[in-house]
Design a protein around this ligand. Structure first.
Ligand code: PLP
Ligand code: ZN
Length: 377
């Protein structure tokens, strides 16, 4: 497999031993890797994300639970149709399995025996599950107030759970410290994770007959799905398989919007913000490590940011549940953003978004939130 690690900011190359997190200059690391994928290659292959294996920077022996190729369904909201990828249907209940499967395959190839990861919950679930599949020991760091279903899931997979008091950033710091003695299987730092989430783009394009939707509406916490989707469409466009990269609209909660604020001010880096509580725990990221890359991707795609209020998130959650879709509050925030965008979009515009996480992960919280659609409960 031909790839190399390099710094996205200064271009410096690095040897990959599974240990290096960032460039000396502080920049995040990406992969130099040219996929050899062509659409004809998928004929006769199983319907999972590995049908694009020539686009994935790992060998043949993969860690998998048959993940991927989630349905792309038309769902009407407010009289407008959204195409919604059913990413809540992954083995661990969120799209994070795309990235975890590719990242853990890579780490097993390197002979890694033990990893740490931090997350607001779902990335921890995915890494713990794929670590269990690959016989790798793992320690997962989560904020103290993470949904109990997620912490139960992490421990059930056999991972050692660490609850960290304080903010999401305190949790990230605790994991970074632990990572000085073993490998940091980070959904934010590892470029392999993004090469996993990029299969979202391959699937969407494939499901649309190798065409491109007008617009993608995706969450921007750390931006792991957004950056993956951008990477995937960029590769497909470079290979001449699709014509261009679709416009990307990035969704943040009003109460935690460091990227939307930077975008509005024309800045290249996330701004420092004061956060307050949001029901969307999965995108409550005050200091996104790949923030400058998210801003650059959204800008290059001709897109922009949408910020959604707590009332909109809760109303969207209520509407989704009453429509038969049991999704977690973070996922409802993305749908709130997509609905806001769709209401003002040109008629006939093709808008693709995602149900990013399953409701069973936050059942108690959902029960509280949907008591009243105004969120008064
Ligand atoms: C991780 C996650 C997100 C947001 O992903 P980022 O990589 O932080 O942008 C959205 N929804 C769910 C359910 C998630 O698990
Ligand atoms: Zn650098």
């Amino acid at each position: 497999m031909k790839y190399s690690l390099y710094c996205a900011r200064c271009g410096r190359d690095y040897y990959d031993d599974g240990r290096r997190l960032r460039c000396e200059c502080g920049g995040m690391l990406d992969l130099r890797f040219e996929p050899s994928f062509r659409p004809g290659m998928t004929v006769g292959r199983p319907y999972d994300q590995w049908r694009y294996r020539e686009a994935l920077p790992v060998g043949e022996d993969v860690v998998t639970m048959g993940e991927g190729w989630t349905p792309l369904l038309s769902v009407a909201f407010d009289g407008r149709v959204l195409l919604i990828k059913q990413e809540q249907l992954f083995p661990t209940g969120s799209y994070k399995d795309r990235g975890a499967a590719v990242m853990m395959t890579h780490l097993r190839e390197l002979g890694v025996k033990r990893v740490v990861e931090d997350s607001s919950g779902n990335a921890g679930c995915a890494v713990a599950a794929y670590a269990a599949r690959s016989g790798i020991t793992c320690d997962i760091y989560v904020p103290e107030d993470t949904s109990p279903a997620k912490t139960a899931q992490i421990e059930a997979y056999g991972a050692t759970l660490h609850r960290v008091p304080g903010t999401r950033e305190d949790t990230a710091r605790a994991a970074l410290e632990a990572a000085t003695t073993c490998v940091y299987a980070s959904h934010v730092y590892s470029p392999w994770f993004l090469h996993g989430t990029k299969t979202f783009a391959y699937e969407v394009a494939g499901q649309l007959g190798w065409t491109v939707p007008d617009t993608l509406v995706l969450p921007a916490g750390n931006g792991t799905l957004l950056l993956g989707a951008y990477l995937g469409f960029t590769e497909l466009a470079r290979a001449g398989i699709v014509s261009h990269v679709p416009r990307i609209m990035a969704v943040q909660a009003v109460t935690c919007a460091p990227l939307a604020a930077a975008f509005a001010d024309g800045l290249d880096e996330p701004v420092e913000i004061h956060t307050s509580h949001t029901a969307a725990e999965g995108i409550a990221i005050a200091i996104p490590a790949r923030g400058s890359q998210v801003l650059a991707a959204v800008r290059a795609s001709g897109g922009s940011f949408v910020t959604v209020s707590e009332q909109e998130i809760i109303a969207s959650l209520w509407d989704c549940c009453r429509g038969g879709w049991f999704i977690e509050p973070t996922s409802a925030a993305v749908i709130a953003g997509a609905r806001r965008y769709a209401r003002a979009a040109a008629p006939g515009e093709t808008i693709v978004t995602a149900f990013t996480g399953h409701g069973l992960k936050a059942a108690a919280k959902i029960a509280e939130l949907v008591e009243s659609p105004e969120g008064g409960g």
